[in-house]
Write a protein that binds this ligand. Structure first.
Ligand code: ADP
Ligand code: MG
Length: 396
């Protein structure tokens, strides 16, 4: 069911405590990829237009102790200010008298960014004392951090239980896209799964064997399936713990109406380097000592053909080691097929989204989920604390 959003509540003039996910990659003290910051601009701009005082909270990285100079949010505030073309006041604390004074002096439309929420050990424990200290700064709580919604932390879940809570636009978009995908996918529903490990995604595979019409497998994951069938995969990176899962999935697929589709040819190379000797071989003919690093051209073409006729496609996980040009082709063919597909197209996963961005195809997808782990957890059917704590639109 759709969540109550900032548009469904009288937010005008309120102090809005807004959880965003500004956990962005940094390089030389600057933001290296601002996709996540941009994704929350519509919510921040809307609240400013409504005369809210906007108090932003985010985590950044995994700080080991109470403060880590490399993980302060100053570079993020700088980039946000540039994107908003408005001053963003970065505070050096998450709570306390300094924050209290800063918030008290805010004017409608002002934006403040609190310090890295994970500097406070109570954040990850969803400690009520932190929740109440933070709640004093806001009249309403807005969650726009879908990608952190699988965590039950003070700023992602706790605050929603003590203040009038609602979703930001990015959160609402992610939930709507994934909800439609699992509840009522357009048929035929094609799922493309790749990436590194079967064990990471076994519950997702399981869910899609119930839900999808075709499940196309690529990436290192496909090599685990080939190996589980008894084929030799040479020196390919295959996760041993994944093999029983792959066997189970193949067994389930026999009874399922969903077809599980595996590569029939593979790009094999004698090393994981750009200038390795590379060869297209049959999926049952990877030479001893060589590794499978991409799906082969016949497989890529077949997958593209299946995607072309899909009513809906969900893709997670690259088809090969796309970071190296000689092994990027399978991923690129799949991305291009999705871009051209007239059906609904959804891409999720850190590396898959990076690949789509690199190919310049992100704007041609219907939805690019920045959710990563949260998206997969949602698809598995897990109750995400950051979503579950927000009231539904009707109920609000
Ligand atoms: P996502 O972040 O989209 O969920 P994953 O993290 O599961 O994807 O997997 C991405 C990684 O898998 C990439 O770094 C890619 O290089 C790697 N990968 C894909 N295919 C292979 C392969 N055949 N051998 C080794 N690594 C692979
Ligand atoms: Mg990844």
């Amino acid at each position: 069911m759709a969540k109550r959003t900032v548009r469904d509540f009288d937010v005008a003039g309120k102090r809005a405590l807004v959880r965003v996910d500004f956990n962005v990659p940094l390089k030389d003290g600057r933001v290296d990829d601002d996709t996540r910051i941009r994704s929350s601009l519509p919510t921040i701009m809307y609240l400013r237009e409504q005369g809210c005082r906007v108090i932003l909270m985010s985590h950044l990285g995994r700080p080991k102790d109470a403060s880590d100079p490399a993980l302060v949010l100053d570079p993020v505030a700088m980039r946000l200010g540039q994107l908003l073309e408005a001053p963003v006041r970065k505070l050096s604390e998450l709570m306390g008298p300094g924050v209290e004074a800063a918030v008290a002096s805010m004017k409608p439309g002002d934006v403040v960014l609190l310090e890295n929420s994970r500097f406070d050990p109570r954040e990850k424990k969803n400690d009520p004392t932190l929740v109440y200290e933070l709640a004093r700064f806001g009249d309403i709580y807005v969650n726009d951090a879908f990608s952190a919604a699988h965590r039950a932390h003070a700023t992602t879940a706790g605050l929603a239980t003590v203040l009038p809570a609602m979703a930001g636009f990015q959160m609402a978009r992610e939930v709507a896209a994934l909800e439609a995908l699992v509840a009522d996918p357009k048929r035929p529903f094609v799922v493309v799964l790749g990436g590194s490990k079967v064990s990471d995604k076994i519950r997702v595979i399981d869910r899609f064997l119930d839900l999808a019409d075709r499940l196309l497998i690529g990436g290192a994951m496909s090599l685990a399936f080939l190996k589980a069938q008894g084929l030799s995969v040479g020196a390919s990176k295959v996760e041993e713990e994944g093999l029983p899962y792959a066997k189970e999935a193949m067994k389930k697929a026999v009874q399922s109406k969903c077809a599980l589709v595996l590569p029939t040819d593979i790009v094999a190379a004698d090393g994981l380097v750009e200038d390795a000797a590379a060869w297209v071989v049959g999926a049952d003919a990877i030479p001893e000592g060589w590794m499978g690093l991409d799906i082969g051209p016949a497989t890529a073409k077949r997958y593209a053909g299946i995607i072309a006729t899909a009513g809906e496609v969900f893709w997670n996980g690259p088809m090969g080691v796309f970071e190296l040009a000689p092994f990027a082709e399978g991923t690129k063919v799949v991305a291009e097929a999705m871009a051209a597909c007239p059906g609904v197209t959804v891409v999720g996963g850190g590396d898959s989204v990076a690949a789509v961005n690199r190919f310049g195809l992100a704007s041609r997808m219907d939805h690019v989920s920045l959710g990563g782990g949260a998206s997969l957890a949602y698809i598995e059917g897990a109750d995400l604390p950051g979503v579950a704590t927000l009231p539904d639109r009707e109920e609000a």
